[in-house]
Design a protein around this ligand. Structure first.
Ligand SMILES: Nc1nc2c(c(=O)[nH]1)N[C@H]1C(S)=C(S)[C@@H](COP(=O)(O)OP(=O)(O)OC[C@H]3O[C@@H](n4cnc5c(N)ncnc54)[C@H](O)[C@@H]3O)O[C@H]1N2
Ligand code: MOO
Length: 415
């Protein structure tokens, strides 16, 4: 067998890992741009965020009360009130022996003071205050300077996806703008004579197009900019024209991936110079999933992911392949966030294709995640998918499994 025959043969029936490896092989961050912090949600950091100041920048009071020198606190002690330290308005002088400074939560603790007595334990009388505590709070109700983070600390690393808490950390470190990966432009093309957009009147042999809506939503959630191209009929020239006119960094097609007479997406893209890298995958659902690179423009090639038309096939393979691709194109970790659970229902032995079953999770009173795969796993069922919150992995050739067996699962981010 020549090299060409060998490589062509091995494009078919690839394992999920092999297929993903081929898809990720040439995928790297597309570019970097600076965005204001308030616009950075969901973006992937292209440079670390480093603190250039301690937080808090001063020893700060954790409570509303009175700052004193701990050694002065003897039974029956009464203190001279020397002034006030509020958040944003520090008391400028040191606390002397026998003095107390009125202090509020978040305010700088004046030099000399090493204890804040909460105001519930104080009795003020004119210029003096009597203080008592029954229990000495170990850190003196004082938060040390740099207790949250210190100048020089790496707070967030390159490749981190910005969520609410990471944005708060960058803001707390004083960063108004962040360097982030450019969002890949992802064009989504549905194909099929039978498809009409929601809102149109379908002929009796037509159905409403749904795949591109779900895929666009996933692309946006996973850090890309989605454009839904106008769906095309099963027409090689029309498909090729639509792709040739579109602007994208990554093309995702849905439908027309299989071997039928009307499955024309690959042949259409081959007229545009498609270099096929994955032809089929040993996965259920989603066997006809394919991947290639459009090299017609001679600039290194733009990736194309071909998803099957069956909704469950398209959406399972989006999780397995599209999400990692988008991660790689933005410099984020392309790994799947696999978790484990125990089966709440028995499963039969699996066939030769790795099976990702639509399933629902629940947490036991004892804290174990129990997972129930839906009984009907047909790849056409949108209703089942809409009730799933995870995919259970059944490895190729897995033996029958019982209630209580541990399985791997991929959580779905539900709204
Ligand atoms: N002889 C064989 N037939 C089939 C094979 C095979 O290996 N040999 N594979 C089967 C598998 S597995 C799958 S999955 C499907 C997928 O094939 P296609 O990608 O070509 O999908 P279509 O034929 O275009 O559509 C399948 C199904 O999904 C509906 N569809 C398509 N696009 C959309 C959309 N955007 N929104 C909603 N629904 C969509 C379409 O109407 C069909 O019902 O092929 C098997 N056949
Ligand atoms: O792979 Mo198809 O997605 O089984 O129906």
């Amino acid at each position: 067998m020549g090299d060409d025959d060998l490589s062509r043969k091995t494009l078919k029936n690839l394992t999920v890992d092999e297929a993903r490896g081929r898809m990720l092989a040439g995928a790297a961050r597309l570019g970097v741009e600076e965005v204001p912090l308030a616009k950075a949600l969901g973006r992937v950091l292209a440079a670390p965020v480093v603190a250039d100041r301690d937080q808090p920048p001063f020893a700060a009071s954790a409570m509303d009360g009175w700052a004193i020198r701990r050694a002065d606190l003897v039974p029956g002690a009464r203190f001279q009130i020397a002034g006030e330290s509020a958040a944003g308005q520090a008391y400028g002088r040191p606390v002397e022996a026998g003095q107390a400074v009125r202090i509020f939560t978040g305010a700088p603790v004046p030099r000399g003071a090493d204890l804040v007595v909460i105001q519930e334990n104080a009795t003020r009388d004119g210029d003096t205050v009597a203080l008592t505590i029954d229990r000495d709070p170990p850190p003196g109700n004082i938060r040390p300077a740099g207790g949250d983070f210190r100048s020089g600390d790496v707070l967030l690393t390159e490749g981190a996806r910005l969520d609410a808490w990471r944005l708060a950390l960058a803001a707390a470190a004083g960063w108004p703008n962040l360097d982030v990966a450019v969002r890949p432009r992802v064009a989504i093309l549905a194909t099929g004579d039978e498809l009409v957009p929601p809102g149109y009147v379908p002929a009796p042999d037509q159905i409403f197009e749904s795949g591109s809506f779900a895929l666009a939503a996933l692309v946006e959630a996973w850090g890309g900019q989605a454009t839904r191209l106008k769906a095309q009929a099963d027409d090689r020239d029309a498909i090729a024209r639509a792709v040739a006119e579109a602007q994208f960094d990554l093309l995702v097609t849905v439908g027309g991936a299989s071997v039928g007479d009307h499955d024309l997406v690959k042949p259409a893209l081959q007229t545009l110079g498609l270099d096929l890298r994955v032809q089929t995958v040993a996965v259920r659902p989603g066997k006809p999933t394919w991947f290639g690179v459009l090299e017609a423009d001679g600039v290194g090639g733009r990736p194309v992911l071909g998803l099957p038309g069956n909704p469950a096939s398209a959406l399972v393979c989006a999780e397995l392949f599209l999400r990692p691709l988008l991660a790689a194109l933005t410099g984020a970790d392309p790994g799947l966030a696999i978790e484990t659970g125990v089966l709440a229902a028995p499963l039969p032995a699996n066939g030769p294709r790795e099976h990702w079953m639509r399933a629902a999770r629940a947490v036991d009173p004892d804290g174990r995640v129990r997972v129930t795969p839906f009984s009907d796993q047909d790849s056409s069922l949108i209703g089942v998918f809409s009730r799933a919150d995870c995919l259970v992995l059944r490895p190729a050739g897995a033996a029958a499994a019982d209630v209580g067996d541990v399985v791997q699962l991929l959580p779905l981010a539900r709204g």
